[in-house]
Ligand binder design. Structure first.
Ligand code: NAD
Length: 496
């Protein structure tokens, strides 16, 4: 793909850990043509040579290899830039035009905003007013999360962006949509005759989505204090997974059709507000505890965190989708830091059969479960019941499992690699449309409005646990329980 890629924030963590290694992989696989150039933009003064060296170092440390690295790095240029200064954009424009000519890029430009979100709007406005978006090829804006802090700020940001880019030129990153198994959800659903007919409230009793981390807030305390788990994880990643699980089959696999189906799910999500929020959502904050045999501090004792902080590091909730397919089926979602294990899993629990003839020794038959392992393992497991070998007509649970021998890391370059490639090809399917963002903020704002009014009795869960007791009670009152995520690991399955 021929294009000029401009990375704003090129000396930052995201650029080094994800973007440079992902671009290198695309280059190595022949997915970047010889006609590409990257301009790194950041505040610090650096020569092109120094910048190219930092690109090589990031690729080497992320991937541990460097064949053709000199050739790759020779396409990288640096511009020391203050994002608020107009004359700096003029210099950038001259540089971009020269590179465009030198590499025959046809005026194609991708602007990647990998820096603090408070600058997103300013940069977009300058790109337009200083003429960087006046090109004869395509122009695309890739923008990182968070997209706003609530609906009002997201709207304001969107308006600023839209002065320079149309909706179909905006690529809002949700890196979960780059994950292999998240992309697999629609294939598992729509390509299997044994699932799609059952994928509704007649056969599914509930769906559980857990995304747990063992890490604490680390050095991100300043940012996290203004965000919390609801805004940082639920508004985007968790709600995107709900939409993919709940959407109707699109009539075609085009960006517009898929996004339209996802938006319809967001429209059907039941808004909860006022006192009702307490019946649907639970928040938590970690206290001290032990993880992997190590003592770890409470959230309030982390750097840059208020000693009386009311910020949630855990959230669990019940999402109801009021449409014909899903009426009455709870989607339980939970996410948090400093939990027992690092895992993202989806458990689809099917309803019990009408009459149970078989019993396992001393306990009832297990319901059928379909488990989608998102990370760190990637795969699917189907829990069935079958006759116990040798026994009478006793049933036992058997698990059919498929493990993707994929990558074993959270937020790996592979996700970014796919997303960058999609953007270069002009495929926005796995990026979030403004309507999805807006509906999702609208839903989340009603919850935070209630939480902000009262102080919770934090900390309310121990580091190394699966969250506060109230998160378990949320399911218990509906007659369900959270399936223990570690028991569901692919490695714990027979019959692989
Ligand atoms: P960072 O703080 O490591 O890097 C910020 C970059 O912005 C640096 O290159 C810095 O030089 C540049 N910058 C800051 N002020 C500037 C100015 N006035 N003019 C020009 N350049 C300036 O941040 P990061 O961790 O790389 O995150 C970048 C964005 O990506 C954020 O929106 C973040 O939320 C998002 N994000 C990051 C990660 C991650 O893994 N790091 C993951 C998901 C999303």
């Amino acid at each position: 793909m021929t294009s000029l890629i401009m990375i704003f924030g090129a000396t930052g963590d995201l650029a080094k850990r994800k973007l440079f290694p992902s671009l290198y992989r695309l280059f190595e696989r022949g997915r970047l043509s010889e006609q590409f150039a990257v301009v790194g933009v950041a505040r610090r003064p650096l020569s092109n040579d120094e910048f190219q060296q930092s690109v090589k170092d990031s690729v080497q440390s992320a991937l541990g290899k460097d064949e053709r690295i000199d050739e790759f790095a020779s396409h990288f240029y640096y511009h020391s830039h203050d994002v608020t200064n107009s004359s700096s954009y003029q210099t950038l424009k001259t540089m971009a035009n020269e590179l465009d000519e030198h590499y025959h890029l046809g005026g194609n430009r991708i602007f990647y905003l990998a820096m603090a979100p408070e600058f997103f709007g300013t940069i977009a406005l300058h790109l337009k007013s200083d003429g960087l978006t006046d090109v004869k090829g395509f122009k695309r804006l890739v923008i990182e999360k968070p997209f706003g802090h609530d609906l009002a700020s997201a709207k304001e940001l969107n308006e600023q962006i839209r002065t320079a880019f149309s909706e179909d030129e905006v690529y809002r990153i949700d890196h979960y949509l780059g994950k292999e198994m998240v992309r697999n959800i629609e294939v598992i659903r729509f390509a299997n005759a044994i699932f799609e007919p059952l994928w509704n409230n007649r056969y599914i009793s509930n769906i559980q989505i857990t995304s747990s981390e063992t890490l604490g807030v680390e050095e991100r305390g300043r940012y996290y204090e203004t965000s919390g788990a609801l805004r940082d994880m639920l508004q985007n990643h968790m709600m995107q997974m709900v939409a993919l699980l709940a959407m109707e089959p699109p009539i075609k696999l085009t960006t517009d059709e898929i996004r339209a189906e996802k938006v319809r799910v967001f429209r059907a999500v039941r808004n909860v507000e006022g006192e009702d929020v307490h019946n649907y959502f639970v928040r938590g904050q970690y206290g001290e505890g032990t993880i992997d045999g190590k003592q770890v501090p409470a959230y309030r004792d982390e750097p840059m965190v208020d000693k009386e902080s009311n910020t949630e590091t855990f959230v669990a909730g019940k999402v109801m989708i009021d449409n014909f397919r899903w009426a009455g089926v709870p989607f339980y979602i939970r996410t948090g830091k400093r939990m027992t294990t690092k895992s993202t899993k989806i458990v689809v629990q099917f309803k019990d059969i009408p009459m149970n003839l078989y019993y396992q020794t001393e306990k009832e038959l297990n319901p059928n479960l379909l488990v989608i392992h998102i990370q760190p393992e990637e795969g699917i497991t189907l829990h069935l019941n079958a006759k116990k070998a040798g026994g009478h007509l006793d049933a036992q649970e058997v698990k059919l499992s498929f493990a993707n021998s994929g990558v074993n890391a959270m937020n790996t370059p592979e996700g970014y690699e796919k997303l960058l490639y999609d953007c270069m090809r002009g495929d926005a399917t796995n990026f979030t449309h403004w309507d999805e963002v807006a509906y999702s903020w609208n839903f989340v704002d009603k919850i935070s409005a209630v939480w902000e009014k009262s102080k919770e009795n934090f900390p309310n869960y121990e580091s190394g646990s699966m969250g506060p007791k109230a998160a378990d009670e949320l399911l218990e009152k509906d007659g369900f329980f959270w399936w223990p995520v570690t028991d569901l690991d692919v490695d714990n399955c027979q019959g692989k």
